[in-house]
Design a protein around this ligand. Sequence first.
Ligand code: SAH
Length: 197
Amino acid sequence: MYFWEEMYKGTPPWDIGRPQPVFVKLFRDGEIKRGRILDVGCGTGENAMFLAENGCSVAGVDIAHRAIELARKKAADRHFNVDFSVCDVLTLGSCFREDEFDTVIDSGLFHALTDEERPVYVRQVYRVLKDGGQYFMMCFSDKQPGEWGPRRVSKEEIIQAFSPMFKISYVKDATFESLIHEGGAKAYLVSATKRKK
Ligand code: SAH
């Protein structure tokens, strides 16, 4: 928590000032559908605002107060209506109703969780999604060299974490744009559907 607040005193490397191209493409390709969408670990809100601009009803949550303040300010300046709030994704169920969302997007949050937090997180996302709801996630992949940045995630870890409660449609190679990785960092993009209760 302290780490994240500190990072937002400056401009963190992931805060690129525009939506991640991967999420723009998911929307333009019709994979992310218009509806009620939650952006978990939304940071300063670029992905959420892109979806709101395109006719979605969007909520964004982050644990860092400063990120949410910045997101709210940007949304006000740009006249976008996004419901930004401070919430820990590990207790997402206390911030939103069960079955509230058609879609949950996660750009760079899952790879920040510990092994112990992962199953808690997956259950929380499951809870706020409608039956058949969609989850799209991008994380650093084990193909990204170097030490800097979040821990790298393998395909097997993704499958292990999500497959009990989600049907995974794909785990694809993708690019995570950042202010410090020229050409972006190697990532996985995951599309998954909530299994029926
Ligand atoms: N999605 C944003 C930010 C990615 S960085 C973007 O694409 O720019 C990961 C974000 O997750 C940070 O903003 C961090 O504050 C947030 N975060 C980390 N742990 C969290 C938790 N337990 N609950 C909610 N947000 C969390």
